[in-house]
Design a protein around this ligand. Structure first.
Ligand code: NAD
Length: 282
């Protein structure tokens, strides 16, 4: 039988741990603060920002939303990131997408101070991660590892395949797996025969954004699959990239969508913010 690698219980535990750390920091006059820079009127972004703010409040973390509006210029976004980077009361900074026309994410994110880059958006953070140095990994990539560890999935010496190579998910997830001594293969849109690689994986991480991409022929019997994809359905729901009924019974574990990687991602964003505040205070 396939085990659902639930993320909601894990997220709850992480939030409780963060709330305790943040309360302690508050007592020492250093309430962790996360700044969220928004330059869009996109509704799903607004929904995500509200959910971060609500979760942060419950975890004793201040959340400041810097809403620049959809009509702002890339230079204004950069200025906002510069001043938040220089502001001692701010410990974590994230930049929401989509960005205004003409703006490049990596270029703007390079204005986020690496110490405050709690979602690993600055290319410097990804470079440090690849070099094995201390840096915040993007929360989603970190959530993949957190979920695997929580469910005690061994990684050292295992064949791990990551599908997707974005700077926010695929690439950093691959780096984190590599750090844990897995043998890592990265597949992407130009991979000629996806199933050839994925069907040999002990651990398969899928971060593409295409419902049904991974079916029975793509998975190895007894393997563990982490589904990072989030695809809205016509009826207002959410599905991942894995055809759940097709792989059920064949794989040993599969993270559900929703309720898998997603909640853990938000919890880790807050954990990173508390960690940044703790470092700043010592
Ligand atoms: P992206 O569009 O930046 O990258 C998608 C990647 O998939 C690319 O590297 C591309 O090469 C690869 N790809 C596209 N078609 C493919 C195919 N047919 N076969 C193999 N590879 C293919 O997306 P992203 O930002 O990395 O996000 C990926 C998915 O994860 C999306 O569904 C997104 O919504 C979701 N996501 C979830 C969370 C979360 O917290 N749960 C966070 C971030 C992203």
């Amino acid at each position: 039988a396939t085990l659902a690698l639930d993320g909601t219980g894990l997220a709850r535990a992480i939030r409780a741990e963060v709330a305790a750390t943040a309360a302690e920091l508050s007592q020492r006059g250093r309430t962790p603060k996360l700044a969220v820079v928004v330059a869009t009127d996109d509704e799903s972004s607004a929904w995500y920002v509200r959910s971060i703010a609500k979760t942060a409040a419950k975890a004793n973390i201040d959340c400041e939303v810097v809403d620049l509006g959809a009509d702002c210029s890339p230079a204004q976004v950069r200025d906002a990131l510069d001043s938040l980077s220089a502001d001692d009361s701010v410990h974590g900074i994230i930049l929401q997408t989509p960005l205004p026309a003409g703006a490049r994410f990596e270029e703007l994110a390079s204005a986020i101070a690496p110490d405050k880059d709690v979602d690993g958006a600055n290319p410097v953070s990804l470079g440090l991660l690849a070099a094995g140095s201390r840096a915040f990994a993007p929360a989603t990539a970190a959530a993949v590892l957190e979920l695997l560890d929580h469910h005690e999935v061994p990684l050292a010496g295992r064949d791990c395949v990551v599908v997707g190579r974005s700077n926010v998910v695929g690439k950093p997830a691959a780096q984190l797996l590599l750090r844990r001594d897995a043998t890592v293969t990265i597949c992407h849109r130009h991979t000629a025969d996806l199933a050839r690689f994925t069907s040999g994986a002990d651990v398969l991480v899928v971060a593409v954004g295409r419902p049904g991409l991974i079916g029975a022929a793509h998975v190895r019997e007894g393997s563990v699959v982490i589904d990072v994809g989030t695809n809205p359905t016509a009826d207002g729901g959410l599905v991942g990239d894995v055809d759940e009924p097709a792989v059920a019974g064949r794989v040993a574990g599969l993270s559900p969508v929703p309720g898998g990687v997603g909640p853990v991602t938000t919890a880790l964003l807050l954990r990173h913010t508390a960690a940044a505040a703790a470092r700043a205070s010592t």
